[in-house]
Design a protein around this ligand. Structure first.
Ligand code: SF4
Length: 173
């Protein structure tokens, strides 16, 4: 297990037990319920230089993802938490991805579609509301450029009906 992976696992456990670890102005700030803090503080203190180094390295990337997820309809706080989860995912070399990271994701979480739903083996273009924020393996996934605005859902094609070109004798008009 790499150092990043081990640190990611520690942050994951902290988050699961309600201990928040954030980097503010280069300082490590921990917050949470007192009992959980008392339990985790010694380990976090012993890992402080490594945590600061890793979090400094990943903060810009985390912020970039959080901004992209916000643009795709995720509430700001949830977007940052999701971006942090992806830091842990990457540190663990987990190959699962979010629809929110995919170039085929259209719209926002309020109304979203998959442009490759057949290849993704979905029943239709409409994505289930909870799917975009669930880590999954998708055969049609292709990474999106997160610095670009999300692609909108294209308007439904207008139905046109062909008019008969020939009028038959006896037909009423
Ligand atoms: S191709 Fe897969 S990962 Fe991409 S939006 Fe569709 S279902 Fe999600």
């Amino acid at each position: 297990m790499s150092l990043d992976s081990m640190l990611g696992a520690v942050l994951d456990r902290c988050a699961a037990e309600g201990v928040t670890v954030v980097l503010v102005g280069g300082k490590l700030i921990i917050a949470g319920e007192q009992t959980a803090l008392d339990e985790w503080r010694p380990l976090l203190r012993s890992l402080k230089p490594e945590l600061i180094e890793m979090m400094t390295r990943t903060t810009a990337g985390t912020q970039r993802r959080a901004t992209a997820f916000t643009a795709r309809g995720v509430e700001a706080g949830a977007a940052y938490a999701l971006a942090r989860r992806l830091d842990v995912r990457d540190a663990r070399h987990d190959e699962r991805r979010l629809c929110l990271e995919c170039v085929h994701f259209l719209g926002t979480t309020d109304a979203c579609r998959c442009a490759q739903w057949r290849q993704a083996r979905l029943g239709g273009p409409q994505l289930p509301r909870e799917l975009p924020v669930i880590l999954q393996r998708c055969r049609a996934f292709q990474p999106a450029d997160l610095d670009r605005a999300p692609a909108p859902i294209p308007p439904a094609p207008r139905r046109t009906y062909a008019r008969p070109a020939t009028y038959f004798e006896g037909a009423t008009q």
